[in-house]
Design a binder for this molecule. Structure first.
Ligand SMILES: Nc1nc2c(c(=O)[nH]1)N[C@H]1C(S)=C(S)[C@@H](COP(=O)(O)OP(=O)(O)OC[C@H]3O[C@@H](n4cnc5c(=O)[nH]c(N)nc54)[C@H](O)[C@@H]3O)O[C@H]1N2
Ligand SMILES: Nc1nc2c(c(=O)[nH]1)N[C@H]1C(S)=C(S)[C@@H](COP(=O)(O)OP(=O)(O)OC[C@H]3O[C@@H](n4cnc5c(=O)[nH]c(N)nc54)[C@H](O)[C@@H]3O)O[C@H]1N2
Ligand SMILES: [Mo]
Length: 712
């Protein structure tokens, strides 16, 4: 989840389709390694470079994308919020910002109360009134004025009309009790915060020379069509959320679009395919934290003063905050299931504190079922494995995220016989539904009341029922969707973005070109790359944020308390008791654990799990290339082979992610020493657009643990 983008825009996945790179003249790739992780699209980058674009890569290691870039900026792991704030600092200090853009498109002119740091709201001025209407200081009239476009304002537009919102200044307004309230602007707050992060001061954190930072800020601001794409590694650090929020601010100030987190398509029309009853959709990051009893490894690894000094919250308090977030229903959590049915989820590979997590979850689970195409580290622990046909053997449409304008259509070869007892996932689910329905009828059960969910009927609240007797009919839309092919046909008929494709044309090609409706905040034109937020930039429609604008001031009580009401920077949380920052980007030789044990793929690398060490760290420990080593800390340990990688910074240990635990001694996989950790800023909810759902949920922090390594 790109939570920093959710803070700023109300949507986590924004930006361009990757073909937009081809048009750009200045491309910043930040915590992102497309030569490895976007192999089909990376060519747009290098074609852009041939057209004259400058490519900058910001990453701790000299990764396979950095080797082709014009400039590699080797940042220390987890310090990106400092670099982002320094870029903001330079843009403000050197007046490189676009006033008209931020006046209209952002909340920076919003008035902030100087007494309590909260945004000035209508309810402050008129007792009992709305708290989702906000103000600016109108230079035209010389007084405060409500800004249109916020969630509570009746005018749903960003158009300022005759308003001339001030960016700087200090004033007084009269509260509903007649007392004066001193106010300033969010812009003033942002500027004061950024003033603390001059490049000369952040160098101690990031390791980046101030001249490099200044050059980057100036070149980006001056570029004609620049782009800043961030990868998935940043939000696997505790302060990735701040880094991304700062990057969004940097982009807004320079007037150059938005930070690119790779936008999502809008594939509307699939509503009827999901359950007519509310689903138990739970928060991923928080659910795994509770299921794995992660507070235990968290408290062990982060004990000591450093954590509270850097984060502003003591470890025990963070655990309470997680519980509070659950109790307040800021994030949905439905307790621990006794029966787990996993589809395409290698949970015992994927989760942190692996050995600890595995025990906690298995202890709490009575029945574990796994639908899978192979025996991965989760299938091998299941009570039942349901063999699934692979995606070359089923009808399917894959087009969820919007890197490119195609949805792939999987078409099984004609006459293909299933391997063994393998079935398509649609068939597996349908058969499960049919058998549950039959068993329910046999036992005389028709429907059961849901213990949590209710529906309102007239005056009364009634429990939602789970209709076991009609489960199979509901699942297949009364028999219409019996097979995987029926579903694909249904999608082609019902999803507007798939029109006008017919099953036969699409099957022949293997893909569908998405139509204009696929755009979420802009149309998807047939002859141009996609770029988010044309509706906001040109039609002046509000953003899905509390303010209705790009939001850089969040007055959630937790944000005020932690000193993070606007973008700021925090030091990484790696505990100082272990010397090496451990991080795990994605592998070239697999998609996560899929293909990770393939013999062909293993021949492209070392054949066994290996961990990368810098020359200096290896020499200090007497470790040679190929040695068997033990990577350890107070959470756990695993064994692997050492690879000496000159591309690494001393003080870091890097391992490509997703080796299978069963490739390691004692099935202790590479995430065994990774502590459970939650970012406090991702635990906020119940405020404006910070409400749990597809647009707001937190992250597992793979990259914020520290380890040591020794010869084994
Ligand atoms: N081949 C292949 N492709 C994949 C996947 C796969 O498993 N295999 N998985 C897919 C999925 S689901 C995802 S989420 C994406 C992930 O792919 P990416 O978004 O590219 O993210 P990562 O590979 O985690 O990290 C990218 C780079 O971030 C840098 N990095 C690490 N720590 C830091 C830091 O603190 N600061 C900065 N600035 N840089 C840092 C490292 O140099 C690393 O090479 O890949 C997708 N594509
Ligand atoms: N240390 C560390 N951990 C990470 C990350 C990291 O950067 N570092 N990245 C995280 C990220 S971004 C992601 S997205 C997750 C991914 O984590 P997962 O989603 O768990 O990914 P996989 O490990 O590939 O597990 C998917 C499993 O699905 C099975 N499978 C493949 N195709 C099919 C199919 O068609 N049907 C069925 N039923 N099964 C199938 C495969 O056997 C495979 O084992 O990992 C996360 N974990
Ligand atoms: Mo991912």
């Amino acid at each position: 989840m790109f939570t920093g983008a959710s803070l700023a825009y109300g949507i986590p996945n924004v930006g361009t389709s990757l073909d937009a790179w081809f048009e750009m003249d200045y491309i910043v790739l930040w915590g992102f390694n497309p030569n490895v992780t976007r192999i089909p699209d990376a060519h747009y980058l290098w074609e852009a470079k041939w057209r004259g674009a400058k490519v900058v890569v910001i990453a701790p290691d000299y990764n396979p994308t950095a080797i082709h870039a014009d400039l590699w900026i080797p940042i220390r792991p987890g310090t990106d919020s400092f670099l982002a704030l320094s870029l903001v600092h330079v843009v403000l200090e050197e007046n490189l910002y676009q006033e008209e853009f931020i006046r209209e498109q952002t909340d920076l002119p919003f008035l902030v109360r100087e007494d309590d740091g909260r945004l000035l709201r209508l309810a402050d001025l008129r007792k009992g009134s709305r708290d989702d209407v906000f103000f600016c200081w109108d230079e035209a009239s010389g007084k405060h004025a409500a800004l249109p476009g916020s969630q509570g304002h009746f005018r749903k537009t960003l158009r300022l009309g005759t308003l001339r919102p001030a960016l700087t200044g200090r004033w007084q307004v009269t509260g509903h009790d007649g007392r004066a309230i001193p106010v300033t602007t969010a812009f003033e707050r942002v500027r004061a915060e950024a003033a603390k992060f001059a490049p000369e001061r952040t160098q101690a954190h990031t390791g980046i020379h101030p001249e490099v930072v200044r050059r980057l800020a100036r070149e980006y601001a001056a570029a004609h069509d620049p782009g800043l794409t961030i990868g998935f590694s940043l939000h696997k650090y505790a302060w990735g959320i701040l880094a991304c929020w700062g990057q969004a601010l940097f982009c807004a100030l320079t007037g150059h679009d938005v930070v690119d987190t790779e936008h999502q398509w809008s594939l509307g029309g699939i509503g009827p395919l999901s359950s007519p009853k509310p689903a138990r959709f739970g928060s991923g990051f928080l659910g795994e934290w509770f299921a794995g009893k992660m507070w235990e490894t968290f408290l062990r690894h982060y004990a000591g003063k450093a954590f509270a000094e850097r984060s502003g919250i003591a470890p025990e308090e963070l655990v309470r905050l997680a519980e509070h977030a659950r109790e307040e229903k800021w994030f949905a959590h439905h307790g621990e299931p006794k029966v787990r049915l996993l589809f395409a989820d290698n949970t015992f590979r994927r989760n942190k504190s692996s050995v600890h997590y595995r025990k906690a979850v298995l202890d709490a689970t009575e029945l574990l079922v796994n639908a899978n195409v192979r025996m991965d580290s989760s299938a091998e622990l299941a009570d039942y494995v349901l063999p699934a046909a692979s995606h070359y053997e089923t009808w399917d449409i894959r087009g969820e995220v919007g890197y490119h304008r195609f949805a792939n259509l999987a078409v099984p070869a004609p006459g293909l016989a299933p391997v063994g007892e393998a079935k398509t996932e649609w068939e597996i689910c349908r058969l499960l539904a049919e058998h549950i329905a039959a068993a329910a009828k046999r036992r005389g059960i028709d429907r059961v009341a849901d213990p949590e969910f209710t529906v309102t009927r007239g005056e009364a609240k009634e429990p939602v029922t789970r209709d076991l007797d009609t489960l199979a009919d509901d699942f297949t839309l009364q028999g219409k969707l019996a097979t995987d092919k029926d579903v694909v046909q249904w999608l082609l008929d019902n999803v507007p973005a798939f029109r006008p494709w017919k099953l036969t044309d699409a099957a022949e090609r293997g893909f569908i070109v998405l139509g204009s409706e696929a755009g979420l905040t802009s149309p998807l034109y047939a002859d141009r790359p996609y770029r988010s937020f044309e509706e906001q930039f040109y039609l002046k429609r509000p953003y899905p944020t509390l303010s209705g604008r790009q939001q850089f001031y969040v007055d959630h009580a937790l944000y005020l308390r932690l000193g993070c009401a606007c973008p700021t920077a925090r030091a990484p949380l790696h505990p100082p008791k272990f010397p090496l920052a451990f991080y795990s980007p994605h592998t070239r030789w697999g998609i996560h654990s899929t293909w990770r044990t393939s013999k062909l793929m293993l021949r492209m690398q070392r054949g066994v799990p290996h961990v990368n060490l810098s020359r200096a760290d290896a020499a200090r420990r007497g470790i040679r290339d190929g040695d068997r080593v033990r990577v350890f800390n107070d959470v756990g340990a695993f064994y692997a082979r050492a690879k000496i990688l000159p591309a690494l910074q001393p003080g870091t240990l890097m391992m490509d992610h997703a080796w299978e635990p069963h490739q390691f001694a004692g099935r202790a996989g590479m995430d065994t020493p990774v502590a459970g950790l939650l970012s406090p800023l991702e635990l906020a909810g119940g405020w404006g657009h910070l409400r749990f759902g597809a647009e707001w949920d937190g992250n597992q922090l793979a990259n914020e643990s520290a380890v040591d390594v020794e010869r084994a």
